[in-house]
Design a protein around this ligand. Structure first.
Ligand code: AMP
Ligand code: GLY
Length: 424
């Protein structure tokens, strides 16, 4: 069958890499795609939130399966759009949660309330709109520093502030609510208790009834070494997370994954897609920091290379809610990825630099994140440019292999963290 992947990052290149290996895949399209997906699929230049354009493409190319990478189309209801359209509903399978399910990522307050309803461990919280500013100040008084303030809506990963003093927290709360610092996303603010621990992520694929646990991963979000500087989309990742043993995984499954899936069922939320659970390990216990309703980027670049099963075959089981009949084979090897970025990212950076040395890479996978092909050459087009992934028996060896190959890749003002995995 013909398959379409929506998105343009390293995550989507990793999906494309995996999907083209499936005997079920005839033609693969990626919209809008990047320089990496262009080499293995056909890129189509349409926006992931232009649902009418997606529909036209699906009909024109006789596409039978659509895999949605980023959160935007999910939060805007692409699943519901497909289900409401007679042709699409009958002919096309979409791997995505419904718009209601996507609220787990699209609204921090919705996610917190969901967790509360289903007794899923998470930080204590309260939420405030601008008419409750004074109450917000009083709630801050009941907490210990540092203070965690979150814009309710999608804010491209920038909507969370962690502030050391109550004065800064008060000012930030005021700016978010009154000055609409994050626009519409901050018309409501979740204030929560700070949890002190080590972060990791767990990924689940669900048909709404059954689930498969995908490999765990840990990403490195800060731009600077030693986890310093501004937050980015992610500068590197490792899978599996070495400190997750069987007992801890069992706690995650019993206390978090099972009640999440059961909660979706009890609330009649249609969900046939990925759940990305951001966790923090406090002492020996897992707490949920956030839900995302998609795969992570760059986590996907370390998770999918570890999956040995045919991903398309597994996706096919989602529609009939027969995921329980599938087996997911995962290599015990460790995967590590290092993100090559444009100097200046996540603030301003230049684009359009030619990339050399890609052909010299061996025994690593290079997933393109922000590249395009221009006059036959690969050039930079984004802040995050390439994710260099390697598999080995432990994460030290995997990282060493990625760093060795990175030496061969060049573009102007290239930057990467040399300390991925430093805290493990
Ligand atoms: P989020 O967008 O909710 O994942 O938050 C972004 C980052 O803020 C997380 O990856 C954590 O590092 C941090 N964070 C969010 N909530 C908390 C919390 N309650 N306690 C400690 N750190 C947090
Ligand atoms: N790497 C974090 C994310 O995809 O949200």
């Amino acid at each position: 069958m013909n398959i379409l992947i929506l998105g343009s990052g390293g995550r989507e290149h990793a999906f494309a890499y995996k999907v083209v290996q499936s005997p079920h895949c005839e033609r693969l399209y990626v919209a809008p795609g990047n320089g990496g997906t262009a080499a293995i699929a056909t890129n189509v230049d349409i926006s992931t939130t232009d649902f009418q354009a997606v529909k036209r493409l699906v009909i024109e190319k006789d596409i039978k399966m659509v895999i949605v990478g980023p959160e935007d189309p999910l939060v805007h209801g692409i699943y519901d759009f497909f289900k409401r359209d007679t042709y699409l509903a009958e002919n096309v399978q979409i791997i995505a949660p419904s718009q209601e399910g996507a609220k787990l990522e699209g609204s921090k307050e919705f996610a917190k309330q969901f967790m509360q309803r289903h007794s899923i461990p998470t930080a204590k919280y309260n939420s405030f709109t601008k008419d409750r500013l004074e109450e917000g100040y009083r709630f801050l008084e009941t907490l210990k520093p540092p203070y965690v303030l979150k814009a309710d809506g999608l804010a491209a990963g920038k909507g969370v502030l962690i502030l050391p003093s109550i004065d800064e927290a008060r000012t930030a709360l005021h700016d978010m609510l009154i000055e609409a610092k994050f626009g519409e996303a901050s018309h409501k603010i979740v204030i929560e208790e700070f949890l002190d621990g080590i972060e990791l992520s767990c990924f689940v694929l669900t048909d709404g009834k059954h689930y498969k646990i995908l490999p765990t991963a840990k990403d490195y979000k800060r731009v600077g070494e030693g986890d310093t500087g501004l937050n980015t989309g992610g500068m590197g990742a490792i899978s599996p997370v070495p400190f997750v043993d069987d007992l801890f995984m069992q706690k995650i499954e019993e206390r978090i994954i099972k009640p999440t899936i059961l909660g979706l069922q009890q609330e009649h939320i249609d969900y046939k897609g990925f759940i990305f659970i951001g966790l923090i390990k406090v002492g020996e216990d897992p707490f949920v920091i956030e839900y995302n309703v998609r795969m992570g980027d760059p986590e996907t670049e370390v998770i999918l290379p570890r999956i040995e099963s045919d991903l398309v075959n597994i996706f096919k089981a989602l529609e009939k809610q027969e995921l329980d009949k599938m087996t997911l084979k995962i290599t015990p090897k460790t995967a590590a990825t290092v993100m090559l970025t444009s100097g200046g990212y996540p603030e301003t950076y230049q684009k359009g630099f030619p990339i050399t040395g890609l052909k010299d890479v061996n025994e690593s996978l290079v997933f393109h994140a922000g590249t395009a092909i221009k006059d036959g050459k690969t050039v930079t087009t984004g802040g995050r440019v390439l994710a260099v992934t390697s598999l080995a028996n432990d994460f030290h060896k995997a990282l060493a292999q990625s760093y060795k190959n990175i030496e061969k890749i060049h573009f102007e003002r290239q930057y990467f963290r040399r300390d991925i995995g430093f805290d493990l």
